[in-house]
Design a protein around this ligand. Sequence first.
Ligand SMILES: [Zn+2]
Length: 184
Amino acid sequence: MGCGDAMAGIAQKKRRIMGRSADYSGERCAIAAAIDIVGEPWTLLIVRNAFLGHSRFEQWQKSLGVARNVLAARLKRLVALGLMQAVVYSERPLRHEYVLTEKGRSLKGVLVALYGWGRQHVYDDNDGPFFELVHDDCKGIFITQPKCEACGEMIDEHSVLKAREDGRGMTLSELYVRKGIGVD
Ligand SMILES: [Zn+2]
């Protein structure tokens, strides 16, 4: 199935389940087009964890705690849209692992932008997030721009998302409680 077919399928599905997902069909905007693809719940976190090295269903399921049917649907869609490739790693039983394609890997810039915004405007206290965007060369951190806070270099292939070495990091619900932000 080509990308166009997958898109048509998504459009049909949206018509069938009114209200379940946003209808951006009236938009004439590349941002809306991107959000329409990666804006479903869990999709970008699945991609984030692929950058952390996850490639198997159980890894995502355990780390994200996402419902299995939802995870299966998201992975299927990521493959249909050409952001991931399903690769057989076991014939009996038949098992696939999922790896980002070049198109999927190019979402790194999107994740970096979201990381920077969240770090600047949501996680703005010392407890910070658990995952940090680290410049592998100097161990500096990318915060507000795709530029290392320590050495000033722009983000590149050596820049990786890593768990904090001290193991600290607030969950969003902890952060919302701390900040008095309602989650309803
Ligand atoms: Zn650096």
